[in-house]
Design a protein around this ligand. Structure first.
Ligand code: URP
Ligand code: ZN
Ligand code: ZN
Length: 459
């Protein structure tokens, strides 16, 4: 059914104006004032509301075999949560183990999503080993439209690659025009420091930060930057958490290294003291890199506003507090790493970024949608509101007031790291390629309608 959204305040990364938006099929076909609707069109009045392009979360885990367990969401719960939160496209990390072949891994991750997702999706292809068979498989995966890689400098023995593998991955990426996303922490330092802490009797969640302090992350970034400089590959640092790491990225950028930076909503709002809560409560907040000292937050917010940091993601990695986090009750190195937040990113970023004056509206759209589309080959199909773009739209009600709680969330996990946080504004209507998927804040979409987004290599 055609769709006419009337009288909204349309905000993109570079514009802000009042207009009507007409969508036919899956596409935006007209933008202007006083547009007429054909008799069969649905008309939605957006008076007093923002209309944003569908938000893109560039770092999500839905299917994640990790640390002896599996993350809790599947594509049905995960894509519903994404949409309720205004995210119409998610980019999942495809993370085969070092035992698995890349192509089989890609097909496995595809099989988790195709026919099951309500929102659109694509993957960063995890390169968790690089042996003689890997190169041809990666070439095939890129041919299938999966034009970004993911490498881990952390997680020794699980996903982590060695320096020869890192070098080969970056060289291939450079040749193919593929961007390499990277988890930057020095895995040897993490392993050695963890052993020391456990031996000294530091076994609770509060030991996690000490095992991987800012210098460990900064070394990881510097390490990647050296390899990026020598290969010329385009890089993207995922989940950057602190000033020390950002300084390394900026220094590299100044000498011409091709580097982009992602931070997370968790690092902008939560801090080290959350993971230090007694009675194992801190386990809810264990992720890597760890939540940092509060002094880092103004650095990250201003980095977003002034363009030093390109995107805000979630690194959504949901593990239940009751049954999964306790795997590490006596040893923090065994607590499944991750903090769920796929559903809350946009609301939190608006409430605590825009409303508090840390981000302007254009930057908010840019870091939560447009930049991800540009970096990962989705623009201008996604990430903006323009004639010819997919009709992925978020009608956002700035007058809504609510409180985050695990009791009311859509994500299939038993806690919220933002329990009790107040929200000012939320997506009230969300469309995916012209179909209404959220109405009055509730999911009304179609499981299985989400499409795999094949992307050209743009680097
Ligand atoms: O703690 C985290 N970040 N968990 C998810 C896996 C990863 O490193 O991205
Ligand atoms: Zn990571
Ligand atoms: Zn991740």
């Amino acid at each position: 059914m055609p769709l006419l959204i009337k009288n909204g305040r349309v905000v993109t990364a570079d514009s802000d104006f009042h207009a009507d938006i007409f969508c036919e099929g899956e596409t935006i076909t007209r933008i202007g004032r006083g547009l007429d609707a054909p008799p069969d069109a649905e008309v939605i009045d957006a008076t007093g509301k923002f209309v944003f392009p569908g938000f893109i979360d560039p770092h999500v885990h839905i299917y994640l075999p990790f640390m002896g367990t599996y993350s809790k969401d599947n594509y049905e719960s995960g894509s519903k949560a994404a949409l309720v939160g205004g995210t119409t496209t998610l980019i999942e990390m495809c993370c085969p183990s070092r035992k698995d072949e890349a192509l089989a891994g890609f097909e496995l991750w595809m099989s988790q999503a195709v026919g099951k997702s309500a929102c659109d999706f694509t993957f960063h292809m995890g390169v968790t080993k690089f042996d003689d068979g890997t190169e041809s498989q990666l070439r095939e995966i890129v041919k299938r439209g999966n034009s970004s890689f993911k490498i881990f400098l952390a997680y020794k023995g699980a996903f982590g690659v060695d320096d020869a593998e890192l070098y080969r991955t970056l060289k291939l990426a450079r040749e193919l025009g593929v961007i390499v996303t990277a988890h930057c922490e020095n895995e040897t330092l993490v392993a050695e420091r963890s052993k020391e802490l456990i031996a000294a009797g530091v076994t609770g969640p509060e030991g996690h930060h000490a095992s991987r302090p800012p210098a460990v992350e900064a070394e990881g970034v510097n390490h990647l930057m050296t390899f990026a400089e020598l290969t010329g590959a385009a890089t993207y640092i995922v989940h950057l958490s602190c000033k020390e790491a950002l300084d390394q990225a900026i220094a590299a950028r100044q000498r011409g290294v091709r580097v982009n930076v992602e931070t997370l909503i968790q690092y902008l709002l939560l801090d080290k003291t959350d993971a230090e809560q007694p009675n194992f409560e801190g386990a809810k907040y264990v992720m890597s890199p760890p939540l940092r000292e509060k002094r880092n937050q103004p650095v990250l917010w201003s980095g977003l506003q002034n363009g030093l940091i390109q995107t805000v993601a979630t690194d959504h990695a949901p593990f239940d507090f009751q049954t999964q986090k306790p795997m590490g009750r006596d040893d923090f190195t065994k607590i499944p790493n991750g903090i769920p937040s796929l559903e809350e990113r946009v609301k939190l970023l608006y409430s605590y970024g825009v409303k508090s004056g840390k981000l302007d509206l254009q930057t908010f759209v840019n870091v939560a949608s447009t930049q991800a589309a540009k970096l990962f080959g989705l623009f201008p199909r996604k990430g903006t509101i323009a004639v010819g773009s997919d009709a992925d739209l978020v009608i956002f009600d700035p007058d809504y007031r609510g409180t985050i709680s695990a009791a009311t969330q859509t994500m299939a996990v038993d806690y919220s790291a933002f329990e009790g946080w107040e929200i000012e504004g939320r997506p009230s209507v969300v469309t995916v390629r012209g179909e209404v998927a959220v109405r009055d804040g509730k999911f009304v979409g179609t499981i299985g309608r989400g499409q795999y987004l094949a992307r050209p290599a743009v680097h």
